[in-house]
Design a protein around this ligand. Structure first.
Ligand code: G6P
Length: 501
């Protein structure tokens, strides 16, 4: 085996031999490639929960959505494996061919924590936190985007389809177009695209739009994101946009291709969640969770990466006021908040963790009794089986994001409720609100409105809950992630009518 460069001496190498991991040809060519900052698996050490053979599932919605598709294709996935400085040769894991891209400690600081997560992430999420603009971060972003593009160029067969993912890699489409005009290039942005009035702040706004327009098709979660992107193309590049299409010109002034923007709302692996939700062991685990909490009348649940976009502070504030008003009591209700660790070295995330943990401590110190705890706060990653047990145990799901590309947790909760019971409180600022219109939609900035909506969910009559849940379930069951990827890839294949007039 040769999963790392120093197979004999590196103990990490031994771990990759286990758990369905094997080598692949380092020069293999593929007709289909997905490129994202993260690979579906992330390096871990075996003493960490959920770590098997040195790997665990990567965090976030992107991997949740793409992994099922990739297990069914012959393509390869290009991405970072989550560890600094470690060089790993292409390998196969869980039936997917993976092409690791190395990031140094400095790349992680400048490209990943810096430009991706302290410039673009807050800028694209309504500037909830102030974005920072640093030229060294931008230089690193360009350099690392080039590295991802080079990996694709090395492995893509002639005429291959390449699907680039998310805000960390927005320059890759143009880099690929220049190096390999034979490729079909798609891009999908998993997070919102900001209105031009906010995007305008970015000193490198032209280069980003130019980078994205290297794709034949640029996909977004919501049609408002696609509209924002095209308005920015018009405003900052002077592009002439007709029906969400731009004729992109090369340096000789000739049209090289037509770039289109369109919404493709992402979804989940419905079959996987439905099967888990009907598995007797998981149903029993859900009962056990309720028993462990003292069988309260109502269990409320929040599941998020610990990120300031998710509205966890607003949720806790509303819940604390409901306790203080006596509308809920610790005897009758329990709030479980799963907050999975995320981007822990980025300042805004550190501050958020302190604030959330301080607030939870304050609430519990004030309202707990010897028997009951107001908020069960869990700063952990859980495997999907345990997540589904939590979904089954929860009467009310709280998704209070201040801004969110989609929010797949909302879709997972609804899918798991095979009995058509339970209530979903959903922020209108999450992309999922466009599809789940029968959720209890609310504005999380409006704390009184949020409190009222939580109480409506807690007191909802079974008939109303069933009517809403049935309609939401139908939406998701009819639009699972396979449909999302096939819709995107079919649209990418479509011949665009060139209208040069
Ligand atoms: C979101 C982003 C993904 C990202 C994930 C986890 O879902 O859209 O691109 O991978 O969060 O964040 P991380 O920084 O840990 O990759």
């Amino acid at each position: 085996m040769q999963a790392t460069e120093h197979a004999e001496s590196d103990p990490k190498t031994e771990r990759t031999a286990a758990h369905g991991t094997s080598d692949t040809d380092p020069d293999a060519q593929y007709d289909f490639m997905v490129v994202s900052n993260r690979l579906p698996v992330d390096r871990c050490s075996s003493d960490e929960p959920g770590c098997e053979g040195g790997w665990r599932r990567s965090p976030g919605g992107l991997v949740t959505a793409l992994a099922p598709m990739m297990t069914k294709t012959d393509g390869a996935w290009v991405g970072w494996h989550g560890a600094p400085d470690e060089q790993i040769q292409p390998f196969s894991h869980g039936g997917i061919d993976l092409v690791p891209v190395q990031l140094s400690t400095q790349d992680i600081e400048l490209f990943y924590e810096g430009f991706s997560n302290a410039t673009l992430w807050p800028l694209y999420h309504d500037v909830i936190a102030p974005p920072e603009f640093h030229r060294t971060w931008w230089d690193s972003y360009r350099k690392v985007n080039r590295r991802f593009a080079d990996a694709v160029v090395h492995h893509a067969s002639h005429g291959a389809t390449v699907w680039v993912q998310d805000y960390q890699l927005q320059l890759v489409p143009k880099m690929l177009r220049e190096a390999r005009p034979d490729l079909k290039i798609g891009f999908f942005n998993h997070i919102p695209f900001p209105p031009p009035e906010i995007f305008a702040q970015l000193p490198w706004r032209k280069a980003i739009i130019d980078g994205l327009l290297g794709a034949d098709l640029v996909g977004f979660q919501r049609s408002s994101d696609a509209g924002n992107f095209m308005r920015s193309a018009r405003r900052f590049l002077g592009a002439s946009v007709k029906q969400q299409q731009v004729h992109v010109k090369g340096s000789d002034g000739q049209t090289t291709h037509i770039a289109r923007a369109q919404a493709f709302p992402i979804s989940i692996d419905v079959q996987q969640i439905s099967e888990l939700a009907q598995n007797p062991e998981i149903i029993e685990r859900a009962r056990q969770i309720r028993r462990d909490l003292g069988n309260p009348k109502t269990i409320l649940l929040g599941v998020d990466r610990l990120d300031y976009t998710k509205g966890i502070r607003h949720r806790l504030k509303a819940y604390e006021e409901l306790l203080s008003d006596g509308k809920v009591t610790v005897e009758d209700a329990a709030l479980i908040q799963v907050a999975s660790p995320s981007r822990e070295r980025v300042e805004q995330y550190r501050l958020l963790r302190e604030e959330v943990e301080g607030t939870v401590g304050h609430i519990n110190g004030t309202y707990d009794t010897l028997q009951n705890t107001a908020v069960r706060y869990l700063h952990h990653n859980y495997p999907i089986d345990e997540m589904v047990a939590l979904y089954l145990a929860a009467d009310v799901m709280l998704v209070t994001a201040l801004r969110d590309g989609m929010n797949l947790v909302a879709k997972e909760y609804v899918t798991a409720r095979t009995n058509n019971d339970g209530a979903l409180v959903l922020s209108e600022f999450a992309g999922a609100a466009d599809q789940l219109k029968q959720a209890l939609l609310m504005n999380p900035h409006d704390i009184d409105g949020l409190k009222d909506t939580i109480m409506r969910a807690v007191n909802m009559q079974p008939a109303e809950a069933a009517r809403r849940m049935r309609s939401m379930r139908k939406q998701i069951l009819d639009h699972d992630v396979d449909l999302w990827s096939s819709d995107f890839l079919n649209a990418l294949k479509e011949k665009v009518i060139r209208d040069d007039s």
